[in-house]
Design a binder for this molecule. Structure first.
Ligand code: F6P
Length: 343
């Protein structure tokens, strides 16, 4: 029986299990057997697998995370890693591999297609929504809704205590979660990695708002936003295997500056991994399901080196290398919409 392998790599996100379920169901319908590799590329390097049959995917649709586990393993940064991937690909007699991930996991997939493993299809995931060639990645909608709900909750305390509330959301290189949750939650200022933080402008805007009688403000900031000087606020400097530092703490720094410059009591809430957890929204379940089914269709058609993508309301496929060539940053037209409500 022909065989498809599947792995999920990088940060977990809501919608991974719906993809796995869809790949397995569609693949079995089409006469394939499916093998799951555990913990991203690590599973393919170590040949750590699990059989994926109808029983193993039963009931996973509404569950966050991934039943396969994940990791930030980069075969190109492991001694003999790529050779191991090739060896196990052959040993497991795979006809194709479905790699589900973001810029890092799919970056590896794209490189592998040029380095001797051409039978790969990519599926785009990330709560950051920063992958090119697709209008949306699954996971983003759930994170956005969680962040919006948190902003709504923070509003009541901000209003009752007459405070400035800074909300730090995820978004390493792109501020999609900040901008969209800020618009949806009625933020009074939004700071994103794409635009340097001008602290004077932020404080002037808060003061303007307070001068018209408002006694509270909500400021949303992406973890990847930087002050004009251009240095990230970090939790850890050590780079992971894809060259990323661990971000976090910009909210605290910003809150300190705002309180110092405006004299208004300012508090900070860091949403962190709360945004990545929980049950996927209906949108993410449906998108993940459609992506998974199209991925198997691509395998069947032997259309390799491609990534499934959303264009408008249609599922399309695009070259993997285009999808990982550049990140999709925030559309400044959308930021202009958000700006109407600043101050
Ligand atoms: O996967 C995207 C993301 O959630 C980023 O927004 C964030 O910077 C990073 O992952 C955090 O990763 P980890 O959970 O490995 O610290």
């Amino acid at each position: 029986m022909p065989r498809i392998g599947i792995l999920t790599g990088g940060g977990d996100c809501p919608g991974l299990n719906p993809v796995i379920r869809a790949v397995v169901r569609k693949a079995i319908n089409e006469g394939y057997e499916v093998i799951g590799f555990k913990n991203g590329w690590k599973g393919l390097i170590e040949n750590d697998t699990m059989a994926l049959d109808l029983a193993s995917i039963s009931g996973i649709l509404p569950k966050g995370g991934t039943i396969l586990g994940t990791s930030r393993t980069n075969p190109y940064k492991k001694e003999g890693g790529v050779a191991k991937v090739k060896e196990n690909f052959q040993k497991m007699d795979l006809n194709a591999l479905v790699a589900v991930g973001g810029e890092d996991t799919l970056g590896v997939a794209s490189k592998l297609t040029k380095d001797g493993i051409s039978n790969i299809v990519g599926v785009p995931k990330t709560i950051d929504n920063d992958l090119s060639s697709t209008d949306y990645t699954f996971g983003f909608d759930t994170a956005l809704n969680t962040a919006t709900e948190c902003i709504d909750r923070l509003h009541t305390t901000a209003e009752s205590h007459h405070r400035v509330m800074v909300v730090e959301v995820m978004g390493r290189h792109a501020g999609w979660i900040a901008v969209e949750s800020g618009i949806a939650g009625g933020a009074d200022f939004i700071l994103i990695p794409e635009l340097p933080i001008d602290i004077e402008e932020v404080c002037a805007s808060i003061k303007k708002r307070h001068s018209r009688g408002k006694t509270f403000s909500i400021i949303v900031v992406s973890e990847g936003a930087q002050f004009k000087e251009g240095t990230f606020v970090l939790q850890e400097e050590k780079l992971d295997e894809f060259g990323h530092v661990r971000l976090g703490g910009i909210g605290e720094k910003l809150a300190g500056e705002i309180e110092k410059k405006t004299g208004y009591e300012t508090r900070v809430t860091v949403l962190g991994h709360i945004q990545r957890g929980g049950t996927p929204t209906a949108f993410d379940r449906i998108l993940g399901t459609r992506f998974g089914i199209r991925a198997v269709e691509l395998v069947k058609q032997k259309k390799f080196g491609r990534m499934v993508a959303l264009s408008g309301n249609k599922i399309i496929d695009v070259p993997l290398e285009n999808a990982v060539a550049a990140l999709k940053t925030v559309d400044m037209e959308l930021y202009e919409v958000a700006k109407v409500f600043f101050g």
